[in-house]
Design a protein around this ligand. Structure first.
Ligand SMILES: [Zn+2]
Length: 343
């Protein structure tokens, strides 16, 4: 167990003494939980069995079943990367529903139950609206068998796009009055992580030099889907004020790098690139690309990309080739100018 959010995080709630564990195996922390050849392009089917205290609920990437004697079994996953395997176990408070025939759930530690319940309708409405909108844009259906969103304690990032079991920092379960901008931010994170179900989880980067393929895309889609499908219709204004400034700031520093760097030697170097370039500048570049190609051709290219590489891996070159198949415009030259340069 860890207390740093790396590997299997274990937390005892000071409010009531109850204990919870959850995995965070990104980017190369699977080694802390089980042995694996840990590369994003080595996908496998995972079939988990978890032994836990009787009063716990065990969540995983796929639907879990309590088979007795404290043993929980998770249905076999489709082929996924090692960094995306997830388990969250504890005496969770859960709100469950079903959408399009799939089980949906939101979960938090019990001491936060009244606060999750107060926002459950809002969270599930946003989840359903985004889910439906992605299905209007993407030809490939949602690739997993359930959609759980767990708000977990002491999370060391914003959220993590584990297939079928997205984890969020539980500060997103608001315990007092918040501004509407905070609600918009939370909704955007919901939409961002859901975009990863296709871009990141279904089609995964071959190596960590292409994290922008995950993050720029999810960031762009998070803003766009929220604008189209929810009451938060002015999210691009928020991006213009805060998002782009983050990108400009990162791009003026000596530590700047291309949106799509050519050379990332190891995972420690890759981790340095989770910054305003990979998220904000990359999302801004994609937004420009959509305006230039037109959304129809952009989505056609995206759908070709999913069709070609689903349950497998892809690189920048593959992504650009997929887009090029859907347009007459020179997307290779665009990528060289906007993704391969700094400044
Ligand atoms: Zn992301």
């Amino acid at each position: 167990y860890s207390r740093t959010g790396e590997g299997m995080h274990r937390f005892t709630d000071p409010a009531d003494g109850r204990t919870y564990v959850y995995t965070q195996l990104f980017l190369d922390d699977v080694q802390r939980v089980f042995a694996a050849f840990d590369q994003p392009d080595l996908k496998a089917v995972f079939e988990l069995a978890v032994t836990a205290p009787e009063d716990w609920t065990v969540l995983a990437n796929s639907v879990t079943e309590h088979t007795g004697d404290g043993v929980w079994k998770a249905a076999p996953t489709p082929p996924i990367s090692t960094y995306l395997v997830a388990v969250a176990a504890g005496p969770w408070h859960s709100v469950r529903t079903e959408h399009r025939g799939l089980p949906f759930g939101i979960h938090c530690r019990r001491s936060l139950a009244p606060h999750l319940d107060a926002d459950a309708d809002e969270l599930l409405d946003i989840t359903r609206a985004c889910f439906d909108r992605y299905h209007e844009k993407f030809e490939e259906p949602y690739p997993f068998d359930s959609y759980d969103q767990a708000f977990v304690p002491e999370f060391n990032a914003g959220a993590m796009e584990n297939p079928g079991l997205v984890t969020f920092r539980d500060e997103f379960v608001y315990r007092s009055a918040v501004t509407d901008t905070e609600r918009q931010t939370r909704a955007r994170v919901v939409a961002h992580e859901m975009a990863h179900m296709w871009f990141g989880d279904l089609v995964t980067l071959t190596w960590w030099d292409d994290i922008w393929l995950n993050e720029s895309f999810a960031e762009y889609m998070g803003y766009q889907i929220l604008t189209e499908a929810t009451r938060f219709t002015d999210t691009w204004t928020n991006f213009g004020v805060a998002g782009k400034a983050w990108g400009y700031d990162a791009d003026q520093r000596p530590s700047t790098h291309p949106v799509a760097p050519g050379d990332v030697e190891d995972t420690a170097s890759a981790l340095l690139n989770f910054d305003g370039i990979s998220y904000a500048k990359g999302a801004s570049a994609l937004r420009q690309l959509v305006a230039w190609l037109g959304e129809k051709d952009f989505l056609a290219g995206i759908n070709i990309h999913f069709q070609r590489h689903k349950f497998a891996n892809a690189t920048l070159a593959d992504f650009i080739d997929s887009l090029a198949a859907a347009t007459d415009r020179d997307v290779h030259a665009w990528a060289d100018a906007w993704l391969r340069t700094t400044g």
